[in-house]
Ligand binder design. Sequence first.
Ligand SMILES: [Zn+2]
Length: 138
Amino acid sequence: MADRLYSTREVCSRLNCSRATVTRLVARGLLVPVKFMGHNRFKGEDLVQFIAEQTHDDVAVIRGALQMLSEAHAEEDRQLCPSCTKRRVNRGHSMCTRCEEQHELQLAHKRKWWDKHGAERRAAQRQAEAADLDEVGS
Ligand SMILES: [Zn+2]
């Protein structure tokens, strides 16, 4: 198979794929055609290598999946959130993302409450002072 040129039709039958797939493989640079009498031809050795790489790719996919699993496992080394004790804390944070958001909301709520409360108290104080002044005036 390695020592001659193959037409697109032959590549399709060898790879058991459609003409469109071969076109895609060429566009992605996975198969490199050579021009022969104005037509695309594929070197047998390229096809052999491509098929070998496909098998190799499966191994790479499995290796990648295992790598991701071990990374996910390593992430479980992160501390549990002290607030909810359910979720993990990201590096550089003191609480999980969810609890941080909740904490922020609570703080905002408190700030708003104190702003309102403070304003009311100041208004009441001003009124009391005005009443005192009225008393003094009478
Ligand atoms: Zn939490």
